[in-house]
Write a protein that binds this ligand. Structure first.
Ligand SMILES: Nc1ncnc2c1ncn2[C@@H]1O[C@H](COP(=O)(O)OP(=O)(O)OP(=O)(O)O)[C@@H](O)[C@H]1O
Length: 239
């Protein structure tokens, strides 16, 4: 089932020069898609546009067939599009628990507790850290907290920018299975990741963006055996 669809999408910071141009992609429920591409290709811009954080410059984004109003982050969240930004955007002075509870404000006490328990099962390392200020966590713990907070928002489309940035490989390896679990529950996951091998390991499909356009897309298992095609795409060649 197609969950997310971008049709002729233009995105960026100036109408005269969109960084992402004429983008047509679909992502299925339960699919993990790695969004790859060289620096400045427009990966972050695309995620921000999907999350309603940039005004639309053209085309449309729809979730389950319903077009999202562009530039409206609340509408995107209501439609289930949740972004974990590359800076993780935590409230650094608030405790881990408070950061998490802010994501479930308005839910009844029991529902909130159950949601918290459920999400902490994915990240048991956060359990002993619930009373610690988010700013005092390690980089890996902060990333876990950012993803846990996103999961509390019950995403249908989860967008993660630069998952492994600044993290030790062992920490990243502990987070990747969570993304597979999340996808297994029907969420579509789009992952921006600089480490190509890692991205291919966790994803079903990869999309290589170059100069704001799709240069290559294929199954990750196929591309993992032919990294030269990705390299070629990064360098500007077409498939
Ligand atoms: N706030 C901004 N205002 C204007 N231009 C911007 C802004 N942020 C990014 N850009 C430009 O948009 C283009 C795409 O940048 P973007 O950050 O989306 O690329 P990226 O693929 O995520 O790169 P990286 O891997 O380096 O993070 C670049 O040319 C960048 O200079």
């Amino acid at each position: 089932m197609t969950l997310l669809e971008c049709t002729d999408l233009d995105a960026g910071y100036a109408r005269s020069a969109p960084c992402v141009r004429d983008l047509n992609i679909t992502v299925q429920a339960g699919e993990v898609v790695a969004l790859l591409g060289p620096n400045g290709a427009g990966k972050t811009t695309l995620l921000m546009s999907l999350a309603g954080l940039l005004p639309g410059l053209g085309g449309s984004v729809s979730v389950s067939g319903t077009v999202l109003p562009s530039g409206k982050p609340r509408a995107a969240v209501r439609a289930g599009v949740v972004l974990v930004p590359d800076d993780r955007a935590l409230f650094r002075r608030l405790t881990v628990e408070k950061n998490l509870r802010l994501a479930i404000r308005g839910r009844g006490r029991r529902a909130a507790r159950e949601s918290l328990e459920q999400v902490l099962q994915h990240f048991p390392a956060l359990n002993p850290r619930l009373g610690v200020a988010a700013g005092q966590l390690s980089g890996g713990e902060q990333q876990m907290l950012a993803i846990a907070r996103a999961l509390l928002q019950r995403p249908r489309v989860l967008l993660i920018d630069e998952l492994s940035m600044g993290l030790a490989p062992v920490v990243v390896q502990s987070i990747l299975p969570v993304l597979r679990d999340v996808a297994a529950s029907g969420t579509a996951v789009i992952l921006v990741e600089q480490h190509v091998r890692l991205a291919l390991e966790v994803s079903d499909r990869a999309i290589v963006l170059v100069h704001g356009q799709v240069r290559l897309t294929d199954d990750s298992s196929v591309l993992a055996h032919d990294l030269g095609r990705i390299e070629h795409a990064y360098l500007g060649g077409s498939d």
